[in-house]
Design a binder for this molecule. Structure first.
Ligand SMILES: C[S@@+](CC[C@H](N)C(=O)[O-])C[C@H]1O[C@@H](n2cnc3c(N)ncnc32)[C@H](O)[C@@H]1O
Length: 270
């Protein structure tokens, strides 16, 4: 791992904006550079509430980890597009409920790899590991030795894809990439997805897409129907595919659940 981290540090290019670092800036983190901050601010100008949307996605991770480890009884997680570690991380929440939980984190950004030590924790019972890999190559993730040593694919797994799929254009066929992962999981597995959309505020989202494009970044908002396709054949749990703030909220229905322009859903494999 030390060697991998060395390689990661040397591969970090601070002149090119990266989504993990832009997100980190919105979440008041310290792992971002001028190129990231410039795009982050351009996106704030287009979508003034985008910082709180990043926070809403983190809150969703917390709620979904509690639901899956608690009510759903899942003991294995595969989290793709993890981002720079932000406490509480998914494994911390799940292991608080079920200490034996095992988590594999995946991201393709060298800066996340450089921080991976914070994500790799073995306790007496549980374990969390990190794989530097790309969602566009799902077979490589599934066949990775670390995944095979950490997760038992004969037992239910929760696949979490939070605020990542908009970074894959349609040409990458994100539906097929996600399906390869879903097909590898046994019945009673879960998939949890959040995805930005233009459905709630088309003008603002279009301005955001333009700001991202100006910086050479891919940002693809998708309609409710397009997001629903990711779940095809699996059973959405309550409350279904809803605005992220309305997915099992902690404090009752939010006053304006459309304030964060993201769809969110969790589904179970029959
Ligand atoms: C917007 S952040 C979301 C972080 C986290 N899931 C959350 O909601 O707080 C997106 C993350 O996905 C990662 N990512 C983007 N494209 C990826 C790909 N093709 N394969 C793996 N990770 C990717 C980025 O490096 C970044 O860390």
């Amino acid at each position: 791992m030390a060697d991998q981290q060395q390689t990661a540090s040397s591969r970090i290019d601070i002149s090119v904006p990266h989504s993990a670092r832009i997100y980190d800036y919105w979440l008041d983190g310290k792992d971002n550079f001028a190129a990231d901050r410039a795009v982050a601010e351009a996106l704030v100008a287009a979508i003034p509430t985008i910082r709180s949307m990043a926070a809403e996605n983190r809150y969703f991770v917390h709620r979904v980890a509690r639901y899956l480890a608690g009510q759903a009884g899942v003991r294995q997680f595969l989290d793709i597009g993890t981002g720079i570690p932000t406490r509480p991380n998914l494994h911390e929440i799940a292991q608080q409920i079920a200490p034996e939980t095992r988590v594999v984190y995946v991201d393709n950004d060298p800066i996340v790899l450089a921080h991976a030590r914070a994500l790799m924790v073995s306790t007496e019972q549980g374990r969390s590991e990190y794989i530097h890999a790309d969602l566009r190559e799902p077979e490589m993730i599934l066949n990775h030795r670390t995944l095979r040593e950490t997760l038992d694919l004969d037992q239910p797994v929760a696949l979490t894809l939070v605020a990542i799929l908009m970074l894959l254009g349609d040409a990458d066929d994100p539906w097929r990439k996600v399906r390869v992962l879903m097909d590898a999981l046994p019945p009673s597995s879960y998939v949890a997805i959040t995805h930005p959309t233009g459905d709630f505020n088309p003008e603002s989202m279009a301005a955001g897409v333009a700001a991202a494009a100006d910086s050479g970044m891919t940002l693809v908002p998708r309609t409710r129907e397009e997001v629903a396709r990711f779940f095809d054949g699996w059973e959405l749990v309550e409350p279904g595919l809803v605005p992220v703030m309305a997915w099992q909220p902690d404090d009752g229905e939010p006053a304006d659940s459309h304030a964060a322009y993201y769809w969110a859903g969790v589904a179970r494999k029959p």
